[in-house]
Design a binder for this molecule. Sequence first.
Ligand SMILES: Cc1ncc(COP(=O)(O)O)c(C=O)c1O
Length: 395
Amino acid sequence: MKSIQEMEKQYIINTYNRQPDQTPCLVKGEGSYAWDDSGKKYLDFLGGLAVNAVGHCHPAVVGAIREQAGRLIHTSNLYYGGPQAELAMALVENSMPGGKVFFANSGAEANEAAIKLARKNEPGRFKIITAEASFHGRTLATVAATGQPKYHKPFAPVVEGFAYATFNDLDSFEKLIDEQTAAIMIEPIQGEGGVYAADQTFIEGLRSLCDREGILLIFDEVQCGMGRTGKLWAFENYGVIPDLLTAAKGLGGGLPIGVMIASEPYTAVLQPGDHASTFGGNPVVCSAALAVLNIILGEGFLAEVAEKGVYFKQELKRFLSSYPVLSSEYRGIGLICALGLKKAEAKKIQGKCTSEGLLINAINDHTLRFLPPLTISKSELKNGLAIIDQIMKKI
Ligand SMILES: Cc1ncc(COP(=O)(O)O)c(C=O)c1O
């Protein structure tokens, strides 16, 4: 009988670079922990890349999935469906009252919907300005939207109509606007780019710029939304409301979902036939998402996330003073954070953490990223930090 590693090697296209001797095979999860097939337990500071917002197998999410799966799993979007309407109401009322949603299955698809809406909004205006070092997905349009040439090159020519400005530099965005510009799209906190938060003046400036030029402001909160900053949406930290908002990852409690929320003036741009998704708004997925949203919006939950974020920041900043040769800066808000390293040791630290039973992520050689479940306890954060501390000491 072939091992899982052998089967993967033979039958799965190698886009993820899993290493048989270093990458665990995870088979079980509960709260902030996951277990591999040898029974080894891992504390999870990665949260399935910001997906497991309420931890692994939260009973309310599992219950919602079980209940809906036993009743009705799929209908197609030719019919009305209860869970998607309820989820849409909860999302709109808690983000952009008066708005409406389009459901998809991933972050990239949510962004595709936003791009299509922005392009259709005003004939002749099709260009979208995004930020350098941004990340918006892996479909051809969202690869083009992503301001990182390394993702474009192998697939050239990419979809036209995207231009790239410098994050946190308002002038560079303004300079790129012309009569064909439809929108500006940014992540309020750049995730894959290294966890860089937008400045207050930059975000406010973008809003004014878009209003003045009559173009749409799109926030991609696929990674930084869903409570990660201690508010439901990262934009609430800035008091600046976008015209279109996209979310995914943490919303589905581990099931695939993407959503584009359009503010009131743009709710009728997309008409029947303009856009669709076979699975978008699936009843099981929407039931899970409703359960996640109810937990996150529960009393005191977001305040606690913010508090844990402050604690985590303090402790990560301590590494800066304890290991000045190694670490250079803390970045982030709440529980989306990163430690910038002076030395190219991030991948090594990630590997050693895995061996010690802690899942973290090295975005590149110089950046450690932390996206723990929002339900993680302070003592679990402390335990994980102690593991990193020990590893850094040795390096
Ligand atoms: C900000 C942002 N937008 C979009 C995406 C793409 O999401 P998905 O992988 O669900 O398509 C990601 C994924 O990491 C992301 O971080």
